[in-house]
Ligand binder design. Structure first.
Ligand SMILES: *Cc1c(COP(=O)(O)O)cnc(C)c1O
Ligand code: SF4
Length: 327
C-alpha cells in the first residue's frame, strides 16, 4: 500500500544527513590521527547533508567544506572574548520569535532547524521558542508596527518549515499593508537543492510582496550545477538572489577562493552581498581572520573583479544601527 501522506522528497533526503561522527569519518576515510581531533560529543551536534559530504576530498581533514561542519576539539579552546550570544540577539527580541535591531526591518526567527550545522553559527545557542508552532503573536506585533517595511525570514533555516506553513506565513504577511518586502535567508539549497520544489516556487510566484532571496555560501565548491539550477528557477520568477558569506580561516581566507566564489555567484545572477567578519561565538576562535587581512583580501579582489562582484565586508556590532562596513 502506498502511504497516504509521504513526506516530500527533500525531507526524505534530510533524513540521510550524517549525524554520527564515526560514520562520517569512515565515509571520508579519515586516519586515526585525524579521528582523534574530532569532538565526539559536541553541544551543537554534527549535521551534514550527503551531497556536501560527497564533495569533500577523502582523507583530508583540511578540506574547506569539511572544516565548516566537522565538530573538532579546537571548539573546546576557552577564549573569554568568544561568548554564547556574541550579537546580543536575545536582548533585541520583541517576542520569542521576532528580532529587531535595525529600523524598517525585523527578523522572524521561524525555526531552530537547519539542513546543516555550521560550526561557526552565531545563533547556535539561541534560545529558540520550541513551544509555539505558530506566528500569530509575531504577525500581530508586525501588523501594529507600521515602521516595519520588510520581514526577513531567518532561523535556523526558514526552509526547514513545510511549504504549507510557509504559504500560510506569506498569506498572513501579504495582508499587512505596510510590509512591502519579504526576504528569505537560507543555506538549505546548498545542502539539499531539492528543497526548491514546485510548491515552494509557487509560494514565491504567488507572493504579492516583493521577495528577496539570500543564500549563504562560503566556497565555490558548494555551488554545483544542481544547486545553481535550483536557484535559477527562483531567479526566473523575477526574485533577486543574493549571497552572504562568512570569512573563515582555512575555508575562504585567500584571494583565489574568494575570487572563485564571487565569480561563480555573478556568473549565475547572484549578487555577492555581504562578507561577514566572524561573530565571536564560543568555540569558533579557530575560524577568525584578522580584520586587516580581510580588508587586504577585499582590496585585492577589487583589482580583479567587477565592482558588483565585490561583497561588502561587514561586522555585526551589538548596539549599532546597521552592519558596520570594515573597508
Ligand atoms: C543583519 C541583520 C539584518 C539585515 O540587515 P541588512 O543590512 O538589511 O541585510 C536585520 N536584522 C538583524 C537583527 C540583523 O542581524
Ligand atoms: S545554516 Fe545558518 S542558521 Fe543553520 S547552522 Fe548554518 S549558519 Fe547557523
Amino acid at each position: 500500500m502506498i502511504p497516504l501522506h509521504q513526506p516530500p522528497l527533500w525531507r526524505q533526503i534530510l533524513r540521510t544527513n550524517f549525524v554520527h561522527w564515526e560514520k562520517l569519518a569512515d565515509f571520508l576515510e579519515l586516519s586515526s590521527d585525524d579521528r582523534a581531533l574530532i569532538d565526539p560529543n559536541p553541544n551543537f551536534v554534527l549535521n551534514l547533508p550527503r551531497r556536501l559530504a560527497d564533495k569533500i576530498e577523502k582523507k583530508n581533514l583540511k578540506d574547506p567544506l569539511l572544516q565548516q561542519f566537522l565538530p573538532t576539539l579546537s571548539e573546546k579552546a576557552s577564549m573569554p572574548a568568544y561568548v554564547n550570544d556574541p550579537t546580543e540577539d536575545s536582548s533585541f527580541c520583541k517576542s520569542s520569535k521576532l528580532l529587531q535591531k535595525y529600523q524598517n526591518r525585523a527578523l522572524l526567527i521561524c525555526t531552530s532547524a537547519c539542513a546543516m550545522h555550521c560550526r561557526y553559527c552565531f545563533r547556535q545557542n539561541f534560545d529558540y521558542d520550541q513551544q509555539g508552532a505558530d506566528f500569530d503573536k509575531e504577525i500581530d506585533i508586525i501588523s501594529q508596527d507600521s515602521s516595519l517595511h520588510e520581514i526577513i525570514l531567518s532561523g535556523g533555516d526558514p526552509l526547514s518549515l513545510s511549504n504549507e506553513i510557509l504559504a500560510d506565513l506569506f498569506q498572513k504577511l501579504s495582508k499587512i499593508p505596510h510590509i512591502s518586502r519579504i526576504r528569505i535567508h537560507t543555506r538549505f539549497p546548498i545542502g539539499i537543492p531539492e528543497r526548491i520544489d514546485p510548491p515552494f516556487l509557487k509560494i514565491l510566484e504567488n507572493s504579492s510582496k516583493m521577495v528577496w532571496f539570500t543564500i549563504h555560501s562560503n566556497h565555490a565548491r558548494e555551488l554545483d550545477d544542481e544547486v545553481l539550477a535550483s536557484l535559477a528557477r527562483i531567479r526566473k520568477l523575477g526574485v533577486v538572489l543574493m549571497n552572504q558569506s562568512v570569512l573563515l580561516q582555512g575555508v575562504n581566507d585567500d584571494i583565489q577562493t574568494l575570487k572563485d566564489l564571487c565569480e561563480k555567484l555573478v556568473d549565475n545572477g547572484i549578487i555577492p552581498y555581504y562578507l561577514h567578519q566572524l561573530d565571536r561565538v564560543a568555540g569558533s576562535s579557530h575560524f577568525e581572520v584578522p580584520i586587516e587581512k580581510g580588508k587586504w583580501l577585499i582590496s585585492e579582489l577589487r583589482k580583479q573583479l567587477s565592482g558588483y562582484a565585490i561583497p561588502m565586508y561587514v561586522a555585526e556590532i551589538a548596539g549599532e544601527h546597521s552592519k558596520t562596513p570594515l573597508n
